[in-house]
Write a protein that binds this ligand. Structure first.
Ligand code: ADP
Ligand code: MG
Length: 672
């Protein structure tokens, strides 16, 4: 049970049924009709165990005053010691007709033994019966019995952690009633109400944690109160070859509001691939610089840092900002010079990887930090960053659209901005699903694109468990393509096992157009910008999540040429997998894709990383209980504003409940 997270009576009580079976309809044996789902009170007339091989079935003849019939249980021969001749029992099941014996019977019915003179409370049959997920070897029936005992003994000890005001506002039933009803309800309606109340409670407690963390994140020293200098912003806009989209202008406004405040900004910027996050980041960094401070932008890899350096330099150098790149590979005098410029303040905007915040880098007055692709950027780094420069405003950017429920939980301590509009004139990437039968045609198409001067990605999945094998497969494919199908083109290979310098070299060659076709494992996933690349072929597309496929697809369609994505499904792929992948061909809206992906894979898988920081909710369901979550968040934040230290008697109950309920779960929302 501990393995399933059930270690205390509390945990057990919150182990709620996954479903219910309504066995509350009673009947007499004489009135049984085929198809009925009913309960009868009977006496065991006789019984018998039949065995064949290692299988066994237990058959009992059952009767009441109106008639008799048979019930059969498979693989439970021990029932012969439970349902002995003369035993009285309550039996619930569906009435079937056995063609061979030409009689009605119950198969594997639910049952409960009754003592002759005792009208015991029914647990397993003859009522609305809770169905629990099995835990290891423990059957649902055993768990049901444990829960009944736990409720009988401890229900009256339960103290409701929800503040009275909140309960009243949302018309929530009390904890004891909810607990009794969720496990042994007198009607399905009451079970539903009870479950909702418990799910709400779970969200409420969790959002209290989120609220506390949010406050903590923006404490730790005051941040700079920037003055927005509109002339500088106008200069920047004047130099852009395009107009900002409405979404970009709105997000800049949101950030501007945060920058003006003394509280440190802590904002997540979500925007689909190509939505123009870089310009937004550059515009607000320029304001920091115009205020006389330094800004930094950090990327997860060297390649991406270099790309940012090029883009940010292009945008900000003409305005007079000094942009400096700190590369990991820098050594000796070159590195010393970069460090000196950062420390002296000659560098206005510093671009680098997360190594920027490691020891040895001293800033003059860092006041604004942009973190690209936050998935790999954890709480620890965030704290380290704060040490570097008092409390810089932090803008975290991600290209993975995150459905709202997850945004409110995993990233619930961040304010969220969304770039929900692509710059005009983008034509969606033409997307097709193909299988082995279509491979030849796909290759012909690739050859034609290459002949037209375009470049192509072929991505191979790399799954952790069988990394070696997959790598071998990717390498073999590379050799095959290089020596046969594409022997007249230049074929390159890049994978995660290569040294960073080697990876960089291959990427540089691809960017420079020296490689026509790049075979790659998923290292190209994030942010690589090669406008001349027009085709993305993804092998074994069925092994990727939808969000990941969408990211990969975003690697093409970045230049003026019409672009294509070919999703190759392997021989073993199920129809279901094909259908799932088809979503990509049907839409290019990252949010729609993310929602579908979340539905299909569930939150843990969706977020992908092990330390995704998502708590294991035992009652609440992140996909279905969206409304409850929104309400709980509102109420929790309101409660915290009246009782910020959880010091009132109600606040203390909340704190205690959090300590027990979220004991050792992964509640510590890591942005990463
Ligand atoms: P992402 O959000 O994926 O990081 P980028 O910032 O790299 O997107 O922008 C993608 C491309 O769109 C870049 O070439 C950029 O210059 C261009 N772009 C950004 N904003 C606009 C806009 N408002 N109108 C037209 N093109 C834009
Ligand atoms: Mg980007």
């Amino acid at each position: 049970m501990a393995k399933a997270g059930v270690e205390t009576i509390d945990d057990l009580l919150y182990y709620v049924p996954r479903d219910y079976t309504d066995w509350s309809r009673m009947s007499e044996v004489g009135a049984l009709r085929v198809g009925d789902r009913v309960t009868v009170v009977v006496r065991v007339v006789s019984c018998d165990v039949t065995r064949w091989g290692r299988r066994a079935s237990f058959v009992a003849a059952l009767e009441d005053d109106t008639g008799a019939f048979f019930a059969r249980w498979y693989n439970q021969p021990y029932l012969s010691t439970v349902l002995k001749q003369g035993t009285r029992a309550v039996v619930s099941g569906e009435v079937r007709f056995d063609r061979h014996a030409r009689r009605i019977e119950f198969i594997n019915p639910a049952f409960e033994v009754m003592r002759e003179d005792e009208v015991a409370e029914l647990v397993h049959a003859g009522r609305i019966v809770p169905e629990y997920s099995q835990i290891g070897e423990l059957s649902g029936r055993r768990i049901r019995r444990m829960l009944k005992n736990a409720l009988d003994r401890f229900l009256d000890d339960l103290i409701d952690p929800l503040p009275a005001g909140v309960r009243k506002r949302r018309s929530l039933v009390g904890l004891r009633r909810a607990m009794a009803d969720v496990h042994f309800p007198s009607s399905l309606d009451r079970a539903r109400v009870a479950r909702a109340r418990l799910a709400y409670e779970e969200f409420f407690l969790f959002q209290i944690i989120v609220g506390l963390r949010k406050r903590e994140a923006s404490s730790g020293g005051a941040s700079v109160r920037f003055t927005w200098i509109e002339e500088e912003h106008a200069r920047l806009k004047g130099l852009l070859p395009f107009e900002l989209t409405r979404a970009q202008a709105r997000v800049i406004e949101e950030i501007r509001g945060d920058m003006a405040e003394e509280r440190a900004m802590h904002r997540l910027l979500q925007g689909d691939v190509g939505s123009g996050k870089t310009v937004v980041a550059a515009a607000v960094m320029h304001q920091a610089v115009a205020n006389g401070y330094q800004a930094a932008i950090m990327a997860p890899t060297e390649i991406l840092a270099e790309q940012h350096f090029v883009n940010v330099t292009e945008l900000l150098a003409p305005l007079g900002d000094r942009v400096v790149l700190l590369r990991g590979g820098m050594r000796g005098a070159e590195r010393d010079e970069a460090l000196r410029m950062i420390e002296s303040g000659e560098a206005d905007v510093i671009v680098g990887t997360h190594a920027l915040i490691q020891e040895g880098v001293r800033f003059k007055n860092l006041a604004f930090a942009v973190v690209d692709e936050q998935h790999r950027f954890g709480v620890v780094q965030r704290a380290a960053l704060r040490e570097k420069g008092g409390s810089p405003d932090i803008l975290v950017m991600t290209a993975t659209p995150i459905p709202r429920t997850l945004a409110l939980t995993v990233y619930g301590d961040l304010d969220v901005s969304v770039l929900d509009e692509l710059p005009p004139g983008r034509t969606p990437v033409v997307t097709a699903v193909r299988d082995e039968a279509g491979r030849k045609k796909v290759y012909e198409f690739l050859l034609k694109e290459i002949a037209d001067g375009r470049q192509v990605f072929i991505v191979y999945p790399l799954v952790e468990e069988s990394e070696k094998m997959e790598l071998a497969a990717a390498t073999k494919m590379f050799e095959e393509l290089r020596d046969r199908s594409f022997k007249d083109a230049t074929v390159g290979l890049i994978h995660g096992r290569m040294k960073p310098e080697d990876k960089d070299r291959v990427m540089e060659r691809f960017k420079a157009g020296e490689i026509d076709l790049l075979v790659s494992t998923t290292v190209v996933e994030v942010g690589v910008d090669v406008p001349n690349a027009t085709v993305m072929v993804i092998e074994h597309a069925e092994r990727f999540g939808l969000a990941q496929l969408h990211q990969l697809r975003g690697r093409v369609g970045r230049g003026g040429h019409r672009s294509y994505c070919v999703l190759m499904v392997g021989r073993g792929a199920s129809d279901e997998a094909r259908e799932r992948i088809q979503v990509l061909a049907d839409t290019s809206d990252g949010f729609v894709i993310a929602e579908r992906d979340l539905e299909i894979r569930g939150p843990g898988e969706f977020l992908g990383v092990r330390q995704h920081g998502l708590p294991r909710f035992s009652v609440a369901n992140l996909l279905r209980d969206t409304r409850l979550l929104t309400e709980a968040r509102e109420d929790a934040f309101a409660f915290l504003s009246t009782d910020p230290e959880l010091a009132t008697s109600e606040g203390r109950l909340v704190a205690e409940a959090i300590a027990t309920r979220f004991r050792d779960r992964e509640t510590f929302i890591d942005v990463g």
